[in-house]
Design a protein around this ligand. Structure first.
Ligand code: PEP
Length: 248
């Protein structure tokens, strides 16, 4: 299984930021990464980012999509539109979408199906809040999110799961190695129970991954890559994270 290092730029980046993708492309031309690399810029930059990534190993993705292919949904963007702009992947169910846009597991599953309809690889995010972890409910919360957000028809070529504890996102705090290992093992077991096509779905860790902690996190069993926010905005930082991924 190849690792996947995915950068989520969130609502950051004007046109000049595409230069970071060109810089990454040059670095990978000199020394190819050991795993897959994906950058998810804001929707306004996807077409330009896809042009900048042409001829490189870098794939471009969206950060969200609407369940419907088209229609009267002001401000929304469909999976087909992302594909048309040059994306090959999309993040669905990021905790910032769940938190600030009220997205339920059912909506996330509908978005994942939209991604599949448009031939986009879906990164389905799950993760507990701090209160849920402190209450000892992290495993239960994540297992329910996983069951309801990842549709039955998805196999390892169509989706990755990103485990992102909400309290670790953008905070500089990370779970311990054994907490990450325990959660990823539980997700792996839950995927395996749902069928052989799901057993090899990549499980990414996300939440304050940085050049300094990437090697340790990426070496944990069942951590098949990372979803990186803040530290993906600068090519130099993200490159160090990509280079920290072990050979698989
Ligand atoms: C994210 O947005 O998915 C994320 C993990 O952010 P950060 O790396 O900044 O914590």
């Amino acid at each position: 299984m190849r690792t996947l290092l995915a950068g989520n730029w969130k609502m950051n980046g004007l046109k000049g930021a595409v230069g970071e993708i060109r810089a990454l492309g040059r670095a990978f031309a000199d020394e190819p990464p050991l795993g897959d690399v994906l950058i998810c810029p804001p929707a306004t930059l996807i077409a330009e980012a896809a042009r900048a990534a042409t001829g490189s190993v870098i794939a471009i993705g969206g950060q969200d999509c609407h369940p419907q292919p088209a229609g009267a949904f002001t401000g929304d963007i469909s999976a087909e539109m992302l594909r048309d702009a040059g994306a090959t992947a999309v993040i669905v169910g990021h905790s910032e979408r769940r938190q600030f846009h009220g997205e339920s597991n059912e909506i996330v599953a509908a978005k994942a199906r939209a991604a599949q309809r448009a031939s986009l690889y879906a990164i389905v995010c799950v993760g507990e809040t701090e209160a849920e972890r402190l209450a000892g409910r992290a495993l239960d919360v994540v297992s329910l999110q996983l069951r309801e957000s990842l549709p039955a028809e998805f196999g390892s070529n169509e989706a990755a799961v990103a485990y992102e504890p909400v309290w670790a996102i953008g905070t500089g705090r990370t779970p311990t190695t054994s907490e990450i290992q325990q959660m990823h093992a539980a997700i792996r077991a839950a995927l395996g129970e749902r069928g052989p096509d799901k057993a090899n779905i990549r499980i990414l860790y996300g939440g304050s991954v940085k050049p300094e902690n990437a090697a340790e996190i990426l070496a944990i069993p069942n951590v098949d890559g990372a979803l990186v926010g803040g530290a993906s905005l600068k090519a130099a930082d993200f490159l160090r994270i990509v280079r920290a991924a072990p050979r698989r």
